[in-house]
Design a protein around this ligand. Structure first.
Ligand SMILES: [Zn+2]
Length: 154
């Protein structure tokens, strides 16, 4: 290794440490990236699991950050849909996922994960495209009840 590079690395060291301090002190607390070879039995808050072997990853899993305690699993295998991609920060190992995560069932949370941090998307009434509505709205239920009870129900 040449001396210049060594000096450069040595000069950069305090900045790297500062980056770490800044990363961990900012609010909200970031999610830690945990590399595992299979889906963990117990999920912990503030951890994002990168699942794979030998540098090949097929799934990202985490607890829903809204607190509903549902497990979210995101596919990383190209050729199957929906598909997510991830990036790890070289220093902090913090994960960035794209595109955003939008639950079509349950809490319907919609958020981005950028550098290990959850960024909520503004609430919207629209569902993600090409997804059936999992919970029919009240109007539809009422209409259904009406038509079901009108003709010779009893
Ligand atoms: Zn949730």
């Amino acid at each position: 290794m040449n001396v210049l590079k060594q000096v450069q690395a040595w000069l950069r060291w305090p900045f790297k440490q500062l980056k770490h301090v800044w990363f961990w002190l900012r609010w909200p607390a970031p999610h830690r990236t945990v590399v595992v070879d299979e889906l963990p039995e117990q999920f912990r808050d503030k951890e994002i699991y990168l699942i794979g072997e030998n540098g090949h990853f097929w799934c990202v899993a985490m607890l829903c950050p809204c607190g509903c305690s549902e497990v979210i699993q995101l596919n990383l295998v190209a050729g199957t849909r929906p598909l997510w991609t991830f990036k790890l920060d070289s220093d902090t190992r913090a994960i960035t996922l794209s595109p955003s995560i939008w639950r079509t069932v349950g809490c319907r949370s919609h958020f981005h994960v950028r550098l290990g941090r959850v960024q909520w998307s503004p609430p919207t009434k629209h569902l993600p495209p090409n997804q059936p509505n999992p919970q029919p709205n009240r109007q539809m239920i009422q209409r259904h009840h009406k038509t079901a009870s009108e003709p010779s129900s009893r």
